[in-house]
Design a protein around this ligand. Structure first.
Ligand SMILES: C[S@@+](CC[C@H](N)C(=O)[O-])C[C@H]1O[C@@H](n2cnc3c(N)ncnc32)[C@H](O)[C@@H]1O
Length: 224
């Protein structure tokens, strides 16, 4: 659970350098994670896809490439991030707060949210709100950071998160505090089975988790 005002201000401050910083910190692996997410979505041949917390619009654009027939809309609550998405070529954008979405019940075949749910004020409420706007039997897809299961890899990763990442990101963006927040938010965010259970308790069934890159990110999906 996060403070929405802090989150909005943090993304206001890093919008212009968000994509570059992502690619540097992940050594480009984030591109592969979004491709895996888009390929999962394409398997369902959806007509209506909402990419919530779209930020720079990278996932929405990747989904649009592999689902050319689909109507893909990016929604976010941070105007500078949306402006950045527009400059990067994403045309279908809407101001949308994940805690209270401006859509009718059952309007979307698939809702995706990449690195966004973790930043929302209440994870259960956000999941229930996503379930509300998804059509019956439609799907939710969540891509987010997680902590590796293997003990040694987890320790090395937490060391990188706490000691290296905020310094490098601070140099690129000038906003070290936003990345100190990122590190804490990853450590607090439920992952693996805990996230699967959270989805099942808040409007979904048949939830699955697929760890990516040794578990530093996880792709989750579930049916409404
Ligand atoms: C880390 S970025 C993720 C951007 C993009 N999905 C990606 O794959 O890189 C998180 C985004 O979530 C948005 N966000 C956070 N809380 C939100 C909320 N309650 N409603 C809508 N967007 C939110 C932020 O404005 C930011 O653009």
């Amino acid at each position: 659970m996060q403070d929405a005002r802090f989150v909005r201000k943090a993304f206001d401050g890093i919008a212009g350098r968000y994509v570059l910083t992502n690619h540097v910190l992940s050594m480009g692996i984030d591109i592969l994670w979004r491709r895996a997410t888009a390929s999962l979505v394409a398997d369902w041949s959806p007509k209506w896809v909402l990419d919530l917390a779209t930020g720079s619009g990278d996932l929405a654009a990747t989904i649009q490439r592999v689902c050319p027939e689909a109507k893909v809309l990016g929604g976010d609550f941070c105007p500078p991030m949306m402006e950045h998405a527009k400059q990067r070529g994403l045309e279908s954008l809407v101001a949308a707060d994940g805690m209270c979405l401006p859509f009718r019940d059952g309007s979307w075949d698939v809702v995706t949210v990449a690195f966004g749910l973790r930043n929302m004020a209440s994870w259960p409420q956000a999941l229930r709100e996503m379930a509300r706007v998804i059509k019956p039997t439609g799907r939710l897809v969540v891509l987010d950071f997680s902590l590796p299961r293997s003990r040694w890899f987890r320790s090395a990763y937490v060391w990188y998160l706490e000691r290296v990442m905020p310094k490098v990101a601070g140099l690129i963006t000038g906003k070290r505090d936003a990345y100190e927040y990122l590190c804490k938010s990853i450590e607090r965010f439920p992952s693996g089975e805990a996230m699967v259970n959270l989805m099942m308790e808040n409007g979904f069934h048949s939830a699955h988790a697929r760890p990516l890159s040794g578990g530093i990110a996880t792709l989750y999906w579930a049916i409404k």
